[in-house]
Design a protein around this ligand. Structure first.
Ligand code: ATP
Ligand code: FE
Length: 366
């Protein structure tokens, strides 16, 4: 099967054509990161307008690169949940137009399932496996039991880690440092942290130490680093941590605190999965994905955890961890392969801006 995938759930307009062997025949992506950086966050109206401006050329570009005849495309997969309503609508409208024009069935896709499953396009990872999704809007641990069958073990009670990185980067005004000015907040913090002389300069209180589940919390860390920044600013008589000598140490300390929290919760999920036989003891696999998974410090730390617990840790190539059309097309391929039904007459009113991933058993994870 060959599937054309469309992604517009947030601030990236993506399209790709992927075949049944997991080969990417063509891909195109338009990122809005720079615009939203300049505006100090995502404005949904601006995001929608930018999707509208670029969707046709992005799909056209992906098709042209693929040199694929439209007649060889078996269906159009499109993100229908979760995400920004106005952004999702642009992708779904376009998919409906494409589906009508070329008589192709629509395959509705759950954005987080797509983040989770795309690792299978690159490596032979059998179900069930543990997955940690860390992105701009989500932080969750789940067991992927099958293409459409997930168990949610835990999620963030407040901010997502990408959101926390972005807010802290903004608070520090990292954008005023030319080498970081064009980068997403998390990426800017990762690079700045590499220059730190000491990773433990600033101690931040670890979140949720008393709760024994697999949920996450990042707002306390964000507030705590905010107070540290404020004190340093007062001491130096400046606003914006980018001019404070310890800016790199601030970034490193925050990144470390986020990483340790992710590791603790993931280790707990690993133990739970083995104890409850949700993951076979001879096939212990962890997939990490989502934009924050691009962070090599986090990835290496989780690999070290995997060494300790004998889990193999997989990550899709970093450009495929952030939003893209490839993962949507691949999810379409997987659904088709499972013989899952196409959805005739998918309607704009069927879009779900909020949609949890899988069956939530987080209150049983103790
Ligand atoms: P969701 O998937 O939850 O709907 P999203 O689609 O906006 O959210 P992604 O595109 O998957 O999120 O990820 C974007 C986030 O990833 C941003 O918050 C960004 O700061 C973060 N990010 C990107 N690169 C890095 C990095 N190297 N280190 C940490 N965070 C990063
Ligand atoms: Fe995403």
């Amino acid at each position: 099967a060959t599937i054309l995938g469309i992604e517009t759930s947030c601030d990236d307009t993506g399209c790709a054509i992927v075949n049944g062997h997991g080969q990417i025949l063509g891909e195109a992506l338009h990122s809005q990161t720079l615009v939203h950086l300049r505006n100090g966050g995502i404005n949904p109206i601006i995001a929608r307008d930018l999707h509208r401006d670029s969707i046709d050329s992005i799909v056209g570009e992906a098709l042209a690169k693929s040199q694929c005849d439209i007649s060889n495309i078996d269906g159009v997969a499109v993100t229908v949940k979760p995400g920004l309503l106005a952004s999702l609508q642009i992708g779904v409208k376009y998919a409906k137009y494409f589906s009508r024009k070329y008589k192709k069935p629509i395959i509705p896709i759950h954005h987080m399932e797509a983040h989770a499953l795309v690792a299978r396009m690159y490596e032979d990872i059998q179900f069930p496996f543990l997955v940690l999704l860390i992105s701009g809007g989500h932080c969750l641990l789940a067991v992927a039991k099958d293409v459409e069958d997930f168990l949610l073990l835990g999620q963030s009670l407040d901010d997502a880690p990408g959101e926390a990185f972005d807010k802290v980067a903004r608070r520090m005004k990292l954008r005023n440092i030319p080498e970081y000015s064009h980068l997403a907040g998390g990426r800017a913090i990762e690079l700045a942290a590499k220059k730190a002389k000491d990773t433990h300069s600033f101690q931040l209180p670890p979140p949720l130490v008393r709760s024994r589940d697999c949920n996450f919390s990042f707002s306390g860390l964000k507030a705590s680093i905010g107070r540290t920044i404020q004190n340093l600013e007062a001491r130096h008589g400046v606003v914006g941590a980018q001019v404070i000598p310890q800016v790199h140490e601030l970034c490193a300390s925050f990144q470390l605190a986020v990483t340790e929290h992710l590791m603790h919760r993931t280790e707990r999920a690993m133990e739970f999965c083995i104890k409850k036989e949700l993951i076979p003891p001879d096939r212990k696999n962890l997939v990490i994905s989502g934009g924050v998974a691009c962070n090599d410090f986090i990835f290496e730390s989780l690999k070290a955890l995997g060494n300790k617990t004998q889990f193999k840790v997989y990550r899709p190539p970093p450009p495929v961890c952030t939003d893209n059309g490839i993962m949507i097309a691949w999810n379409g391929v997987e659904k088709l392969r499972k013989g899952l039904e196409f959805t005739p007459n998918f309607d704009l009113k069927d879009i779900e801006p909020q949609c949890p991933l899988g069956v939530n058993i987080s209150n049983q994870v103790l």
